[in-house]
Design a protein around this ligand. Structure first.
Ligand code: FAD
Length: 289
């Protein structure tokens, strides 16, 4: 299913992110979790690529399972470690698997990466151009309400984002954030530079405090004090942390929907109970029947 017209038909969308297994042994358990999440009938599900060691074939296979459950799949694809031939092969494989939507990403630099070396892909915008040339896909891109970690200033990051969107991005999904005012400020500045595509808010229900501390260190996401207090209080009580994390994410989402956000994209970490907690608690808020 193609996502291109989704935001013309719906005021606000709900979508979930899944990640593929790293090895064959884990495929069945990941597939089972993804099937359960798909049964909640989100507007689409995205499937990450390569992050953490998985292979691209797993992304396409998990995306296929999503489609088979009647949910549109958005396959992530990174380019920084690939050449043009490899990307064309990936696009052909996705098309053959019946996937019509790609989140076009640069990816993080691999270890030992030499920025001066000649390469086919330097930025995600190069990949967006190639996907648009290839044809047949709706293209999403990533954005960073608090600025991408490598960029000198948020304004510079926004200008690069505008260039990327102009290459043919149909919608954007944000990096996770825990303070909605960061998103509102970003949306205002994005509008000022002429970015008009739907921006979906990336929301992470934090269910594991230790894991969160590692992710935050890498992403540069800031933590409001009231969320830091939750992490500190429930760090050693996993059940309480999970409940508090889902409630915090739900409160963020109610505020986002009330303020007119076009979609919420939930980083569910392959946890069906977390996805269900969000989908059920917010069904009326999100206008879902
Ligand atoms: P880009 O848009 O290319 O931006 C990267 C940096 O380059 C930014 O600092 C930007 O300002 C700068 N830049 C862009 N254009 C120019 C230019 N013309 N001149 C100078 N500087 C420029 N990673 C994975 O490995 N797998 C995944 O599945 C995955 N999924 C993700 C999903 C979301 C929603 C998000 C937000 C991130 C995801 N990532 C994933 C992480 C992502 O790959 C990294 O954040 C990566 O460092 C940047 O990717 P990008 O596509 O945003 O890059």
């Amino acid at each position: 299913m193609n996502l291109r017209n989704l935001w013309k038909k719906k005021d606000v969308t709900l979508s979930f992110e899944a990640f593929p297994p790293k090895k064959d042994d884990d495929f069945a358990s990941v597939a089972a979790a993804v099937e359960q999440i798909a049964q909640l009938k989100p507007d689409f599900m995205s499937v990450t690529y390569g992050a953490g060691g998985g292979t691209s074939a797993y992304t396409a296979r998990i995306a296929r399972i999503v489609e088979e459950h009647g949910v549109a799949a958005l396959a992530h694809l990174t380019c920084v470690s690939s050449n043009r031939d490899q990307i064309r092969q990936e696009l052909a494989a996705l098309q053959q698997a019946g996937i019509h939507n790609i989140l076009a990403l640069r990816g993080d630099y691999p270890q030992g990466y030499d920025p001066a070396a000649p390469r086919d892909y330097r930025y995600a915008r190069d990949l967006v151009e190639d996907i648009v040339d290839y044809g047949g896909f709706t293209v999403g891109g990533a954005c960073y309400p608090e600025g991408h970690v490598e960029c000198a200033s948020q304004q510079e990051d926004l200008e690069h984002l505008k260039e990327k969107v102009d290459c043919g991005v149909d919608f954007l999904i944000t990096q996770m954030f825990f303070d909605n005012s960061a998103l509102y400020s970003f949306l205002y500045r994005a509008q000022q530079v002429g970015i008009t595509v739907p921006v979906l808010a990336g929301i992470m229900p934090v269910t594991n405090a230790a894991q969160m501390t590692r992710i935050l260190a890498l992403s540069g996401t800031t933590l409001p004090n009231r969320f830091r207090m939750i992490l500190d209080k429930f760090r050693d009580r996993p059940d309480a942390m999970k409940q508090a994390g889902i409630v915090y994410a739900a409160q963020q989402m109610v505020d986002l929907v009330a303020n007119g956000v076009r979609g919420v994209h939930v980083y569910t970490m392959n946890k069906p109970d977390v996805a269900a907690g969000i989908a059920e608690n917010l069904s009326k808020v999100l206008g879902r029947t």
